[in-house]
Write a protein of this length. Structure first.
Length: 576
């Protein structure tokens, strides 16, 4: 972990860290802390995985030289796994700032050893080959209130099970005809202990081992034994694996020759409002074309968040903010957006962009004159410096910043009204020009020389409204995409109900392609991957996929409004 891009950050104590501290104090594992992040390569990682990545790699960073985190692919199902997913997962972990060094592993690395452990269990009378149909196995498994029924093959001899298991490996058994099951307890109150399946026949090529195997271990079998083979000390899983822990421990206890004795502990997974986290559901969104790929900026995938403009630092900060708990809960997406804003506010360059241009002619400004106004690149970072923005007689303002018949309390431009141009002077509306259909196409104004550079002349009424603008002569057209929540409901799966379909709750306004946006000229050369705050509009990111030299495409990362910050401030005020 010494070559990781991330330095240990202060983290509040939690039950996982307390548990590890107790282990270290007791001298367990010779003082080592070895964790792992074990994704299945059957999809792209999402923000929920980021929580696990930050936990496991973070713990390794926190505990210094006698600590490390492995990246291991639990690739036990060749029918759903692809090299594309393996590559994307490695890219995502590195992008978040973590490095596994020499500790990259695959469950498929251990297929031979895992097979040998299975023969060992058969030899001990702790596993048997079952020839029941899948329907019979389900029917005989029992329910939460009734015990299961022993398989008629449960008591077959060790020799017979071993011979059949070897036939399964040799490819002499068709899919679905035989499986290997652990022999535990069909009356156990824990359904996972009712003779769980350990191996099944799959006549499918594996993305790493090719056609070398047609017999593949189940995840619940391969996972704990892979942990043990790697010397993992702390196997940290999400809460849904709590009921799998007894099987995890049963395997560790009953298999001989394991170099490590890991133990499993669980924490609550991340659930986020206005999205879905199931890989199966995310895959459906992609395959049915509801989104434009795994990296669509509306997706909760790490690649989607990256393309939208979220930063590694903001995601790591978010994971620290939400912490670890032992109970499932729903996290407001506003918390994530707040973490993103905090980071971008400190680092993003400022720029002026008009999304819906409305021409303004400043009648008392010389027609041929061009001046340059100094603008701050980032008020939070003095080192970011300033830039020069051109200003001439004709400018563009946003259509939303003018209203012919405004409501009470309106502080933007209106007939006879006055506003200040950002970084510039005050202008007053003198005339409104309309087309044949009655649409406002131009506003004619005058400016007050005495108000240049933000000056407030003594005795002059203060202008309340400040609006953004660009020089019409110098502005450049830019492509802008506005993103909103992917779903209209906080919990789309719950809102859809048992008989409903969550895709019917997709927000039709989740993507808006803005036509005709105009930007200050410097943005024509915006570099791919650059972060900007379009003043008064939000934070934007230069799309790395669709941008071309001189033709940037800007994705809105997040708006300026921060409802979560207001909630926090209100809570702090109440406490005060």
């Amino acid at each position: 972990m010494s070559d990781s891009a991330v330095s240990p950050a202060p983290v509040a104590s939690d039950f996982i860290r307390d548990l590890i501290a107790d282990d270290l104090a007791a001298g367990r594992n010779e003082g080592w802390v070895i964790t792992r992040f074990p994704p299945e390569p059957n999809g792209y990682l999402h923000i929920g995985h980021a929580k696990s990545i930050c936990l496991n790699f973070g713990l390794a960073l926190e505990h210094g030289p006698k600590a490390r985190c492995h990246l291991r692919f639990d690739d036990t199902n060749p029918t759903k796994e692809e090299t594309e997913y393996v590559d994307s997962i490695q890219e995502d972990v590195r992008w978040l700032g973590f490095d596994w060094g020499d500790h990259l592993y695959y469950a498929s690395d251990y297929f031979e050893k895992l097979y040998g452990f299975a023969e060992q269990l058969i030899g001990k009378g702790l596993a048997y080959v079952d020839e029941q149909s899948a329907e019979a196995i389900r029917a005989n498994r029992g329910t939460l209130t009734t015990p299961g029924v022993n398989s008629p093959f449960r008591d077959r001899s060790v020799e017979e099970s071993l011979a059949l298991f070897r036939k399964m490996r040799a490819g002499e058994v068709a899919e679905g005809v035989m499986i290997l099951r652990a022999k535990i307890d069909m009356a156990s109150p824990n359904m996972n202990m009712r003779d769980p399946v350990l191996y099944r026949v799959l006549k499918a090529a594996h993305h790493r081992t090719g056609d070398a195997w047609c017999l593949y271990p189940m995840y619940d079998y391969a996972h704990p034994l892979s942990d043990a083979l790697e010397g993992i000390t702390h196997s940290l899983c999400t809460l849904e694996f709590e009921h799998h822990r007894p099987l995890y421990e049963w395997l560790i206890q009953n298999v001989e020759g394991l170099p490590g004795q890991p133990y499993q502990r669980e924490f609550a997974r991340l659930s986020l409002t206005y999205t879905v986290m199931s890989k199966r559901k995310l895959l459906r969104l992609v395959k049915e074309g509801h989104v434009q790929g795994w990296d669509d900026p509306r997706m909760p995938t790490i690649s989607g968040l990256r393309r939208r403009g979220y930063t590694p630092a903001s995601i790591r900060h978010f994971c620290r903010m939400i912490g670890l708990t032992k109970f499932n809960s729903l996290t407001d997406v506003a918390v994530l957006e707040h973490a993103v804003r905090e980071d971008l506010n400190a680092n993003a360059l400022r720029a002026l962009v008009v999304l819906k241009p409305l021409k303004v002619v400043i009648e008392n400004y010389p027609e041929d004159q061009v001046e340059f106004i100094e603008a701050v690149n980032n008020p939070e970072n003095e080192a970011a410096g300033t830039r020069q923005m051109p200003l001439c007689r004709e400018i563009y303002i946003d259509q939303d910043d003018f209203m012919e018949v405004p409501p009470s309390g309106y502080h933007r431009l209106k007939p006879g009204g006055e506003v200040r141009l950002r970084y510039g002077f005050c202008i007053r509306c003198q005339e409104v020009v309309k087309d044949a259909s009655g649409q406002v196409v131009e506003v004619r104004c005058t400016y007050d020389e005495a108000t240049r550079h933000g000056v407030q002349p003594e005795g002059r009424p203060k202008v309340k409204g400040i609006i953004h603008w660009v020089s019409a002569r110098h502005a450049v057209p830019v492509a802008v995409r506005l993103y909103d929540r992917l779903f209209t409901e906080e919990q789309p799966e719950v809102a859809a109900g048992e008989d409903g379909d969550f895709v019917t709750l997709i927000n039709p306004g989740s993507l808006t392609n803005v036509e005709g946006a105009m930007a200050e000229p410097a943005l024509a050369e915006a570099v791919v991957g650059g972060h900007y705050q379009f003043e008064r509009l939000g934070y934007f990111y230069v799309d790395p996929k669709d941008s071309h030299p001189g033709k940037p495409v800007f994705n809105r990362t997040v708006g300026l409004k921060d409802s979560w910050a207001k909630v926090v401030a209100k809570q702090q005020g109440t406490k005060g």
